[in-house]
Structures are given as C-alpha cells and as structure tokens.
Design a protein around this ligand. Structure first.
Ligand SMILES: Cc1ncc(C[n+]2csc(CCOP(=O)(O)OP(=O)(O)O)c2C)c(N)n1
Ligand code: SF4
Length: 291
C-alpha cells in the first residue's frame, strides 16, 4: 500500500453530511472510524468500505475511502469478492444488526470460519431503524415494535457468542459514545490478520426507546478488568453468555483474539505450492471476477 502523509480524522470525512437523526449512535461510530483510519495512517485510496442497506449502511458516503452501498444483507459476500480479487486492499464492512444477523445472518458463520481478511463493524441498535422500527434479531424478548405489537416472543441473538462459536479470530464489543475504545478496537481489528468482528452497541433514540444511552451507561464494564487472557475462548464465551444486554453488566472491549492463517494467506500458499503443476491455477479462476 502506498505510504501517505498522516491525515487527520476530519480529512477522512467526505463533503456529504450525515443525515442520521440527532442523537443517533451511528455518529459515534463514524467519529471512531475516522480516528482509527488517521491513527493507523490508512491510505483512503487503498481502502474500501462496504455496506448493505440501513441507516448504519449509509456510513460509506461520509468517508473519503472507496465505498460500496450494496444490497440488504449481502455486503459480506461482496466484500469477500473484493478481498479475493484485490487482496492488497483493506476491506471494512459496516452495517446494522438487521443486515448482519437477520437477512445476512447466513454469511457471518462462513466469513468467520474461513477467516476471510475483513473487518466487520456492526452498529447494533436492536431495531430496524431505516424502515421505522421493526424488531431485529437483537431486540429484547417482550419488546413492543411495529412488527411485535404484543411484545417480541423471540429469544434475542447474542452477537458475541455467535461470532465466537463460528470461529471468528477477533471478537470485540464496544459502545458508540465510547469513541476512544471504539477507535482503538477498530485499529486493532484492521491490523488483525483474518476476520475481525466488532459489535458496537449504537442506540437508535428514534425507534428504540429501551436500549438508550441512559440505559446502557451504568451497565457497561471494561472487559479488561475481568478478562486478560484474550486467547481463552471458553472464558470469552462464558462472559458472552452470562453478561448479556439484559443482565447487570455489559462487557465492552476485546473478548477474543486468535492467530490462524487468513483465507488470503491460505490461497497464497496453495498458489505457490501448485505453481508449475497440473493443478487448476487459482489466479486464473479469480481473474474472471477482476474488472
Ligand atoms: C432484500 C431487502 N429486504 C428488505 C429491505 C428493507 N429494509 C431496508 S433496511 C432494513 C433493516 C434495517 O435495519 P438494520 O440493518 O439493523 O439497520 P439500521 O437501519 O437499524 O441501521 C430493511 C428490512 C430491503 N431494502 N431489501
Ligand atoms: S432512525 Fe435510528 S438508526 Fe436511523 S438515523 Fe435515526 S436514530 Fe439513527
């Protein structure tokens, strides 16, 4: 990647102003992302932000990197294609809990277990914001929404446990107004080899009147105070299962990190091993998808 003169966070902001509601948690994620890009001296022209559809998925418009606003629930396969065709690019996926745990939920297990070199930032507001307040997979049991007028009968999905069980090699959680922690985690995730998942609890004050800033603030707990061995997956899972959002404490920080060859590393190793043999040439197969 080309070396660039260190840009300031504001230099990563495009001239398109966000159209999120006043007080939306997504502003904190945008601020954290531009800080992380600046601190890590990321070149905007070597970076692609890929999103699906949702309020949160508008984020690529507000940043000067390349961006793709794709289809609801399909940002992960599109981002995977970009990374395989252009492994030298940094690929960051952003979107909502609906995008990634509902319609796109089928992609998360596979991007995690294959350890594809992407950073996924979920802006988790436990509601469908863009479509005005339907229940999402992380909505609490009993929550009244436009699609659950009698209260949601469903058990909410646990994003951290989900990412851990499918083999993600970097799993973290943050809170949108804690921009210092969120920027730090995004930086670590971008520098991680393989698939990195960050669930950022990002309140939607317009349509979710339960999961508010005021509700969460007293519950948030720095995970480093109780969990220091980030390679201990059993402890990470136990924390994820016992400290959910409706419990007394909600841990934020890095839950788990593992070193495992990334998908791009594995493909490169196969290409080297098979060079000059009669095995199919992976480069030629991938070439079909290159512009
Ligand atoms: C295939 C398809 N199905 C449904 C929709 C309608 N739709 C757009 S965004 C959305 C959910 C948005 O919720 P989320 O992904 O959590 O993002 P948020 O708006 O809360 O940031 C839905 C159902 C769509 N655009 N495309
Ligand atoms: S509807 Fe909710 S998620 Fe969407 S911009 Fe407004 S506050 Fe944010």
């Amino acid at each position: 990647m080309e070396a660039i003169q260190q840009l300031k966070p504001k230099d990563y902001r495009s001239d398109i102003p966000p159209i999120w509601c006043a007080g939306c948690g997504d502003y904190g994620v945008l601020a954290s992302l531009t800080t992380a890009l600046s601190v890590n001296n990321v070149s905007p022209v070597d970076t692609v932000l890929v999103s699906g559809i949702g309020c949160s998925s508008r984020l690529p418009y507000f940043v000067t990197t390349f961006g793709m606003h794709t289809c609801h629930g399909r940002s992960i396969p599109i981002a995977t294609g970009i990374k395989l065709a252009r492994p030298e690019l940094r690929v960051i996926v952003v979107g909502g809990d609906g995008d990634h745990f509902s319609i796109g939920g089928g992609h998360l297990p596979h991007v995690a277990r294959k350890n594809i070199d992407l950073t996924l930032i979920v802006m988790d507001n436990s509601i469908y914001g863009l479509t005005k307040g339907q229940a999402s997979p992380t909505s609490r049991g009993g929550m009244v929404t436009t699609t659950t007028p009698h209260g949601s009968p469903d058990v909410p999905l646990n994003p951290i446990a989900y990412a851990l069980v499918y083999g993600a090699t970097f799993v973290a959680q943050s809170f949108s107004s804690n921009t210092k922690l969120t920027a730090d985690l995004i930086g670590q995730a971008m520098n991680h080899k393989g698939f990195a998942f960050i669930n950022v609890i990002s309140p939607c004050p317009t349509f979710n009147k339960l999961d508010t800033f005021e509700y969460y603030k007293p519950l948030l707990k720095n995970i480093d105070d109780i969990h220091t061995d980030k390679g201990d997956k059993v402890k990470a899972m136990s924390l994820a299962l016992t400290m959910g959002r409706e419990s007394a404490e909600v841990p934020i920080g890095l839950f788990y990190q593992e070193k495992r060859p990334s998908y791009v590393d594995m493909l490169t190793a196969i290409k080297i091993k098979n060079k000059g043999t009669n095995k199919p040439d992976l480069e030629k197969i991938i070439d079909v998808f290159r512009p």
